[in-house]
Design a protein around this ligand. Structure first.
Ligand SMILES: Cc1ncc(COP(=O)(O)O)c(C=O)c1O
Length: 341
């Protein structure tokens, strides 16, 4: 099959419209059969629940071309379950897990010309969305919804790439509330993170480090990725909190770190202790692993000595292992890679 004529190596992380997407609508208490369509536009009522009350959630995962020419998706069942959980919390009728995985598969198959070739470093980003299309005026759940899966070829999330390190600021804003929606992938979490991220960028930082919304003493995550740290004695530590998004990448990395023989700890991480860590990284589908060199806490600089100039040795090993599995160079744990073709 002919690939599209795209400059794969220089793709950024953005929307590149592909030919086909999957759509299913919810009406009269049930999801319809769904189908692949070429229509990239969504026409909804001006009074749709998504517009006023942000009744929407989304997901993100990637399809990769492997070394031996197959196309695979990384752990779509985990995204399916996370979207299910998001929907329940937002009073949206959940889209069934098996149907989600099937819809992802159909979308990737329908857009194979857009899956970046092996060796380009790029991947096909898959974006399922689930939102209220039905009109609501009072504050209540809508009666009609749409589930849609579209895809876009993408390159790295952070322009600098993995060779240089990110500089973060400790944010004065919160991305979630205690007992709120930080643990689900609700659109509203991202709307409220836009002001802080634009502010951080204007001040010359790559990202925000958010603290726990209750005590503002513990590390949570950034606007689009989880954290992991490495101690001086090679322990891999990741923050535990009920208000961060449970990253599938992080979950996978912790398993891989354990398999590689490292001690792994998911625990509360205090801002006051992070200066003791020697490596820091962001992890997520889009970020993959992006090294953090410095965190600025209101003028106080916290430096991670082994990830100051690109990934530290343990981050690098985890990165090679994870991407090795995704690109079919290394066999991963059972069920992690779903072969599409
Ligand atoms: C707030 C937030 N945290 C973490 C992640 C990373 O999650 P995952 O590894 O499942 O992509 C994302 C991206 O999906 C995110 O938006």
């Amino acid at each position: 099959m002919e690939k599209k004529n795209i400059d794969w190596e220089n793709l950024g992380f953005g929307y590149y419209k592909t030919d086909k997407r999957y759509v299913s609508n919810y009406k009269d208490g049930k999801w319809d059969n769904g189908c692949i369509t070429e229509d990239s536009m969504v026409a909804i009522s001006e009074c749709a629940g998504v517009i006023h009350y942000c009744q929407t959630c989304f997901e993100g995962m990637k399809a990769y071309t492997t070394q031996d020419g197959h196309v695979v998706v990384f752990r779509p069942d985990m995204n399916a379950q996370r979207m299910y959980d998001s929907a329940v919390r937002l009073e949206i009728p959940p889209f069934p897990v098996e149907r989600f995985v099937d819809a992802v598969e159909q979308t990737v198959k329908a857009n194979l010309e857009y899956v970046p070739p092996f060796g380009t470093g790029a991947a096909l980003y898959i974006r399922p969305v689930l939102f209220a299309t039905g009109p609501v005026m009072g504050v209540k759940p809508a009666q009609e919804y749409q589930f849609r899966v579209f895809a876009s070829p993408v390159g790295p999330y952070f322009k600098k790439g993995s060779a240089s390190s990110l500089v973060l600021k400790v944010s004065d804003y919160d991305r979630s509330a205690p007992n709120g929606t930080g643990h689900i992938k609700a659109g509203l979490n991202y709307a409220m993170s836009l002001y802080p991220i634009v502010t951080a960028h204007n001040e010359g930082f790559n990202e925000n480090m958010y603290l726990d919304p209750q005590t503002r003493t513990k590390v949570e995550e950034t606007g689009g990725a989880n954290f992991f740290f490495v101690t001086a004695d090679n322990k891999v530590v990741t923050p535990k909190s009920s208000s961060i998004l449970p990253s599938i990448t992080r979950h996978s990395l912790m398993t891989l770190a354990q398999n590689l023989g490292y001690e792994v700890e998911e625990r509360e991480v205090y801002l006051s202790e992070i200066g003791d860590f020697v490596e820091c990284g962001l992890c997520g589908t889009a970020a993959v692993i992006s090294p953090v060199g410095k965190v600025n806490d209101h003028g106080r600089e916290i430096i991670f000595k082994n990830s100051q100039n690109g990934m530290g040795p343990i981050s690098k090993q985890l990165y090679e292992t994870l991407t090795g599995i995704q690109f079919g160079k290394i066999a991963g744990p059972d069920g992690w890679v779903r072969k599409i073709v």
